[in-house]
Design a binder for this molecule. Structure first.
Ligand SMILES: [Zn+2]
Length: 423
């Protein structure tokens, strides 16, 4: 379940701790077995977009005709609520396309409404406007027309550092979601911002380094630590000692303690704090302020990619149910969790991912870590870059997997702790 922006998903589920996933974009889903089958059944014959069936949409019919993708970006079948599927299957003996369509028409417990959110978020990270748009349209069907733009606003700081876009979106009233999606895809992703190179390694190292440090219990302690901080490393350590509180004080104390120093370094920092842009996603507020304060941000983070802005948006006649690639599944939903638990020990850098698992575009830190290095090593073919082709330093990987436990405690409860494994 996704909470609204005002609900502060990061904090709303704080205690009792190990029973809650608190990642800012956590998508808690219950996906049934219909969604777990990632191998798309082969259809016989020549089914494509051009093989439209003889019937046309009944204007009095409340259920729309749907186009079901057979493979990602591949051919589709059309499914009609009265006449069945263009593959030949009837309503009385439904094919898997019809079962997918039923999930839309009846909004049953298929998990598709959650998968649409996950699909949108992953394609946002991949920068695939066409795919992101189709998932957003499906999500808008389930969750309302303002869902894509409000979700996008909430996750923008998680994926990008486009402060000016966040400023433009301070109020979403009057903006159409299609335009917002195009701009959100066009915004450089944080792993593409040149000055952020190396930050991820520092960030997760600081998490591990502060595991036994006391957690801050007052604003004065945070202010004193910030006043003594010499470099970004010190600020990351402060960040974790505050964030481990898992409450809003951990955020606001840092913002208040750092803001004057940040204002003197960067006019963007002033905008970020005074316009309360940080509050669109409180977890990222202090994190981004640290980056602004330590010269890890410049204008390139705000420059939207003109190639994306010039792309035509999909002009699908029917609502499309996209095919779901393996990278849509991670610890956010049941089937992804099952796959991860089964193959956990085989998920390592420099080795192909186990079948059915693909964390390249996940919000889990394995994915964040991969993208940070892949974007530097393979900037021009990032979307196609295989997992194993990316060189990730061993200690950064170890720190990332330890730090990930902070975000997904409920998932990691099912796995042994790394130190227990070593013992
Ligand atoms: Zn069919």
């Amino acid at each position: 379940m996704l909470s609204s922006p005002k609900q502060l998903s990061f904090f709303s589920a704080l205690a009792p701790l190990p029973n809650h996933s608190i990642h800012p974009h956590s998508i808690e889903t219950t996906v049934d077995s219909a969604e777990t089958n990632n191998s798309f059944p082969q259809t016989s014959g020549d089914i494509s977009q051009s093989s439209a069936p003889a019937w046309s949409q009944d204007p009095h019919e409340t259920h729309p005709i749907l186009a079901v993708e057979i493979h990602p970006h591949g051919p589709r079948v059309l499914v009609h609520p009265l006449h069945g599927c263009s593959c030949g299957a009837s309503l009385s003996d439904p094919c898997w396309h019809l079962k997918r369509a039923l999930a839309v028409w009846e909004d049953g417990p298929s998990g598709l409404r959650y998968l649409a959110k996950s699909g949108f978020h992953k394609e946002l990270r991949r920068g695939d406007l066409q795919a992101a748009f189709r998932w957003a349209r499906l999500a808008a069907h389930f969750h309302g027309r303002s869902w894509p733009k409000s979700y996008l606003k909430r996750v923008l700081l998680e994926e990008s550092r486009s402060i000016s876009l966040l400023h433009q979106w301070k109020s979403l009233a009057g903006l159409n979601w299609e335009d917002c999606v195009q701009k959100g895809i066009a915004a450089p992703k944080k792993w593409q911002v040149p000055r952020r190179e190396g930050l991820f390694a520092e960030y997760v190292e600081a998490f591990v380094a502060t595991e036994n440090d006391p957690i801050f219990s007052s604003f004065e302690q945070v202010q004193q630590a910030v006043d003594l901080a010499q470099d970004r490393d010190d600020l990351w350590r402060i960040f974790w000692r505050a964030m481990r509180r898992r409450d809003r004080f951990g955020v606001t104390w840092q913002i208040d303690a750092m803001k004057e120093r940040a204002f003197s370094k960067s006019p963007t920092a002033r905008l970020f704090v005074e316009e309360a842009l940080w509050d669109t996603n409180p977890f990222y507020g202090p994190k981004v302020l640290i980056e602004l304060l330590t010269d890890a941000w410049d204008q390139t983070a705000d420059q939207l990619d003109p190639r994306v802005l010039q792309q035509a948006l999909p002009n699908d006649e029917h609502l499309v149910i996209p095919a779901a690639p393996a990278y849509l599944y991670d610890c956010h939903e049941i089937s992804g969790q099952r796959r991860l638990l089964k193959h956990w020990d085989a998920i390592l850098p420099h080795q192909p991912m186990p079948k059915g698992v693909d964390l390249r575009w996940s919000g889990m830190l394995a994915g964040v870590c991969w993208r940070e290095y892949a974007a530097r090593q393979s900037p021009h073919r990032l979307r196609q870059c295989p997992w194993e082709a990316v060189d990730i330093p061993r200690e950064v990987w170890q720190h990332a997997t330890i730090c990930d436990r902070f975000f997904y405690p409920r998932f990691y409860q099912q796995l042994p702790h790394p130190s227990a494994q070593a013992a």
